[in-house]
Ligand binder design. Structure first.
Ligand code: BES
Ligand code: MN
Ligand code: ZN
Length: 480
């Protein structure tokens, strides 16, 4: 799809559809009669994501005038616009409209809004039908989307971010038979050569030499070999500080639970257990193009958690890369086991700031539902920086506590610590486990178990993987 900045005045725009945002509470002052009639008749009220289409609008070159509901004007912001643009885009796409221009109101003609509109359209364009063979799907596609307002740089940034997020969504949606750890590593290698990033893949032998016993313990129940993916971005001019951002993403391509096997109901959802890893890959894709001034390393430990005959057992004790021993009391608490070795490795690579993203616990879904990701940190100023980036990008994240008291739940009879802490505060004890391996390095853990995928589609987003964290990670790097 072509993405453009429209410079002509509204009346001169020649699209199949010209989209304007209309708010609750009536038409704006000086609105055209046709728009007033839509409001007066009650056909359009301005409710969020509501869509009304007028054909052959008077005084415009566009074939259709589309009113898209922006909700209450006092609650409108760029995050709302992202959704509205997506909803309008999806609605028009389903009607086989081929070219769409969204015109921002004078008061919203800024880069922030222009980027959000472009993001909304590209995210709305994404479908989860990659493996459908029905050729009908190709009939519905939009050739070009333009935004009126903002700069070319904003339009480009929006396009890069949304394309990266869609890349992540496609990866996370991929079925677990096709997207194995090795295949994920190949995809990372392809990405690195296309977008010019450093890339290193550690295979099982190398990880054994290094002593990544926690990661390898999870991998040993599967016939699919594991990998540790490392992608590196280095700014062209030497940065003024020594800061080095490490992004670590959980890459479990399928989580059966292992010997502590999961129930059959909804187990297919565990295809998304590599969503954190996919988000790191997507973020690195955008970072390679947007070139922030801080070096960024992306690290993805990737395994399949299976109950094969060589699988680890509840009660096994493994030695992690850090040297600490862990008693594996539940093989389904595997995410934290692969993350600790990846986070130790990230420190060895010189990362001074660490962020991990992981579909880590069902407990975070109980606590926050599907709208917020859980955020945990050992460093409040660093977390505040990330939460500000998340807010800018419209990704909802909510801080949990991480007090010392929670450590008690992880005390083991036989090893340095155990990998589960019981039902109370399950998302927090999981984060507490990881915290034990980051030493004093500023670190943030994002539990995206409830937000990595949508069970029901939204008017602006098809169901399946969401690509959460991609935009926040890129914004964090860019705002350094
Ligand atoms: N991948 C799951 C967490 C998950 C649950 C993600 C639901 C998405 C939706 C993780 O590996 C897991 O199994 N966690 C266990 C931990 C428990 C054994 C301490 C859980 O949350 O039940
Ligand atoms: Mn699990
Ligand atoms: Zn898992």
């Amino acid at each position: 799809m072509n993405i453009n900045l429209e410079a002509r005045p509204i009346a001169e725009v020649e699209s199949d559809a010209l989209v304007l945002v209309g708010f609750e509470g009536g038409p704006p002052q000086g609105a055209a009669d046709q728009i007033k009639e839509l409001y007066d008749s009650g056909e359009f009220t301005g409710k969020s994501c509501e869509i009304s289409v007028l054909h052959r609008p008077a005084g415009l070159k566009a074939k259709r005038l589309v009113l898209a509901g922006g909700g209450k004007p006092e609650k409108f912001n760029s995050s709302e616009l992202r959704k509205v643009a997506g909803a309008a885009f999806r609605s028009l796409k389903s009607k086989k409209v081929r070219s769409i221009t969204l015109a921002l109101d004078d008061s919203f003609r800024s880069d922030e809004y222009a980027a959000a509109a472009v993001e909304g359209a590209i995210l709305g364009d994404f479908e989860s039908d990659r493996y459908k063979t029905d050729p009908k799907k190709t009939e519905k596609h939009v050739d070009s989307f333009a935004v009126l307002g903002g700069s070319q740089a904003a339009v480009d940034r929006g396009r890069i971010l949304a394309e990266a997020q869609n890349f992540t969504r496609g990866l996370a949606n991929d079925p677990p038979n096709l997207l194995t750890p090795m295949r994920l590593a190949e995809r990372a290698r392809e990405l690195a050569s296309e977008f010019v990033l450093g890339c290193e893949i550690l295979d099982q032998d190398r990880m054994r030499q290094l002593g990544m016993g926690a990661l390898l313990g999870v991998a040993q129940g599967s016939a699919e070999p594991p990998a540790l993916i490392v992608l590196r971005y280095q700014p062209a001019t030497a940065p003024s500080s020594k800061d080095h951002l490490g992004l670590v993403g959980k890459g479990v391509t399928f989580d059966t639970g292992g010997i502590s096997i999961k129930p059959a109901q909804d187990m297919d959802q565990m295809r998304y257990d590599m969503a954190g890893g996919a988000a790191v890959l997507g973020a690195m894709r955008a970072i390679a193009q947007l070139k922030p001034s801080i070096p960024v390393t992306g690290i993805i430990p990737t395994v399949e958690n299976m109950p094969g005959s060589r699988a680890q057992r509840p009660g096994d004790i493994v030695t992690s890369l850090s040297g600490k021993t862990v008693e594996v009391l539940n093989t389904d608490a595997e995410g934290r086991l692969i993350l600790i070795d990846a986070l130790t490795y990230a420190q060895r690579l010189g990362c001074t700031h660490l962020v991990d993203a992981a579909t880590l616990t069902g407990a975070v879904v109980v606590a926050l539902g599907h709208f917020y990701a859980g955020a945990f940190s050992n460093n409040q100023p660093f977390l505040d920086k990330l939460l500000a980036a998340a807010k800018t990008e419209g990704e909802k994240m909510w801080q949990f506590p991480l007090d010392e008291e929670y450590k008690k739940a992880l005390e083991s009879e036989f090893a340095d610590l155990q990998n589960i802490g019981g039902r109370p505060g399950g998302a927090i004890t999981a984060a507490t486990f990881i915290k034990d391996f980051v030493n004093d390095v500023p670190w943030i853990h994002l539990d995206i178990a409830g937000t990595a995928s949508l069970e029901d589609g939204k008017p602006y987003l098809v169901k399946g993987a969401t690509g959460i964290c991609v935009r926040t990670f890129v914004q964090l790097a860019q705002s350094w």
